[in-house]
Design a protein around this ligand. Structure first.
Ligand code: NAP
Ligand code: ZN
Ligand code: ZN
Length: 375
């Protein structure tokens, strides 16, 4: 057992904090892109990864999707960001080493990691397969306390990762690997609430916002047999919305077009990353209809009481999905030929990609080709 101290984070051009950390064996170093402050762009840095323990899986990261949550976190739009921050939780990789007790994958397999790398595994949520709601707090892939190395976890904008096999996903054969990466967050975050609220044939279902989450929401709602209506603020996305599976597309800035759908929806999935008027969408629900919010804008969103009391309507939220459900979602995607529509980028273009995503100019998920990190 080795005890190491004084690990240095190598954020280029920034003050170099010295972390006092304790771990079971000497970590290896991975190349990464991250930021050392909310106002800084992402830049190359080195991060530690633990030596694989008996139940650990080490992966060389091949592809990592770019989620809007990466921006919210790295720029401290949500509270609690620890720096240096290395985002990325849509990870597909090749298994390079496994611990002696690992049975789920073997060296050379394609594996994946989503938004979580651990949880307590014993609380009522964990026992139900809802690790994201672990009552002790799930260990998220980045910006969570690191139980092994001390400090906090670092995400997938990096060359390698080590994850317990219980939080490692298997990637079914036949899926395009780059386009599979976004399934690990955008996919499960939309699949899970659509399943929870039993979206299916005979239902009119809305999806709000055609970004990374929204385009997966459209694909899944269509695959589940619902009549799908996409709401977008971008007239340039109407044709894509229909191509991706929506039966109808409404440009939400058109008040008359919105009014035609008043009181008619069974379910609406709100995937918007910025401030917007929830009441405009609650008004589209039928009696006992449900709006589920998965987008997480920086500021609170106002809900007028009349939007939910008259007629009786449900306003709810949802957070990613558990590990078993994520594996189920990957199998569903393999069976139905569903992957994300992506734009593959080298990691050197990540700051530009973030700027474009914030400007609603992503079609429909950026994915980083991690081979570029070696360049
Ligand atoms: P994204 O790719 O940037 O998509 C967001 C979409 O929202 C945009 O494409 C745009 O669609 C719409 N939008 C953006 N700004 C808007 C504005 N000012 N007014 C109205 N609509 C606007 O983001 P994402 O990666 O899909 O993530 C969406 C949100 O979900 C983020 O807040 C993210 O943090 C959150 N998230 C939550 C979970 C969870 O577990 N609950 C998981 C992952 C992500 P149109 O151009 O079509 O209008
Ligand atoms: Zn995400
Ligand atoms: Zn738990």
């Amino acid at each position: 057992m080795t005890e190491a101290k004084g690990l240095r984070l190598l954020a280029s051009g920034e003050p170099r904090p010295t972390l006092q950390v304790f771990f079971l064996s000497m970590p290896t170093t991975a190349r990464a892109f991250g930021t050392s402050a909310a106002v800084n762009p992402l830049a190359p840095m080195s991060i530690p990864r633990r030596e694989p323990g008996p139940t650990d899986v080490e992966m060389e990261i091949l592809f990592c999707g770019v989620c809007h949550s990466d921006v919210h976190t790295a720029r401290s739009e949500w509270p609690g960001t620890q720096y240096a921050c290395v985002p990325g939780h849509e990870i597909v990789g090749r298994v390079t080493r496994v611990g002696a007790k690992v049975t789920k994958v073997k060296v050379g397999d394609i594996g994946a990691t989503g938004c979580m790398v651990d949880s307590c595994r014993t609380c009522s949520s964990c026992r139900q397969g809802l690790e994201q709601f672990c009552t002790s707090g799930a260990t998220f892939t980045y910006n969570s306390p690191d139980k092994h190395l001390g400090g906090h976890t670092f995400g997938g904008y990096s060359s390698a990762i080590v994850v317990d096999e219980a939080f490692t996903l298997r990637v079914p054969k036949g899926l395009d690997l780059a386009a599979t990466a976004p399934l690990l967050c955008a996919g499960i975050t939309t699949y899970s609430p659509l399943r929870h609220w039993k979206v299916g044939p005979g239902q009119k279902v809305g999806v709000v916002g055609l970004g990374g989450l929204g385009h997966m929401g459209v694909k899944f709602a269509r695959a589940f047999g619902a009549h799908v209506v996409l709401f977008t603020t971008s007239p340039s996305k109407v044709a894509d919305g229909l191509r991706l599976g929506a039966h109808e597309v409404v440009v939400s800035t058109d008040a008359a077009a919105m009014a035609k759908h008043a009181g008619s929806f069974h379910f609406i999935l709100d995937c918007v990353s910025a401030q917007h008027d929830l009441n405009a969408y609650l008004a589209l629900l039928k009696l006992d209809g449900t709006l589920t919010l998965v987008g997480v804008p920086e500021q609170p969103l106002a809900v007028h009481a009349f939007s939910v009391i008259m007629p009786r309507r449900n306003f709810s939220g949802s957070c990613i999905g558990g590990i078993a459900e994520t594996q189920e979602m990957l199998e569903f995607c393999a069976q139905h030929g569903i992957v994300s529509d992506i734009e593959l980028i080298p990691i050197q273009q990540i700051n530009e990609a973030w700027t474009r995503m914030i400007k609603q100019d992503v079609r429909y998920r950026f994915v980083i080709d991690m081979a570029s990190l070696k360049a």
